[in-house]
Design a protein around this ligand. Sequence first.
Ligand code: SF4
Length: 227
Amino acid sequence: MDLQQNKFSEEYFDLIFDRFNAVLTGIGKKLPAVSYVAITSNDPYCVLISTLLSLRTKDDVTLKASERLLKRASTAHDMLGLSEKEIEELIFPVGFYHTKAQRILEISHILVEKYNGIVPDNVENLIALPGVGIKTANLTLNLGYGIDAICVDCHVHQISNRMGWVTTKTPPETEKALQSVMPRRFWIPLNELLVSYGQEICTSVSPKCSMCPMCAECPKIGVDKSR
Ligand code: SF4
């Protein structure tokens, strides 16, 4: 793909996300499990289920359980084809796996009956689902539907400018500028990705460009010294 020609396309950001994620995975820096599920599935139902599994559970356990379960059933309709026992076995050893298996079936049933299998995209209807609190609802909205602003911290601001996505002086300016160039589905995961990447590779002082898979294409705007 010609990155300059396709700049700001979905494919362009997919490629950058894939490359950055590959580097972070290679050095053992992992995204939170639910974020990973959100990025790989781009599906609110998968995000909701993974968020439920993540409660009181370590991240690596959540990710493996999510992958096992969602491989078997990635929609509410498909989930209803599994028994409670099967779900328990697939998600074990997440915390409260027995209760969670029950909740997953109850939720899937309601989604199919009431919402045609679609996860609601508002807090009110989400928190009305059994076992779904405000935290789960918000994370599902954020990661599942992209309902939020782009969260710009110093890393997002700096890397976006270095990569030439925006030409801005402050994080609020960057937020507005990114909203106009970046497809909405990247808004939420962008923060987690660039925070991790900024901590490990594209560091504020002397970024590790020699380790960066975008080294050849990145204009490195404002970078005086790199490693
Ligand atoms: S090439 Fe260097 S400046 Fe550009 S994104 Fe990679 S680490 Fe950052």
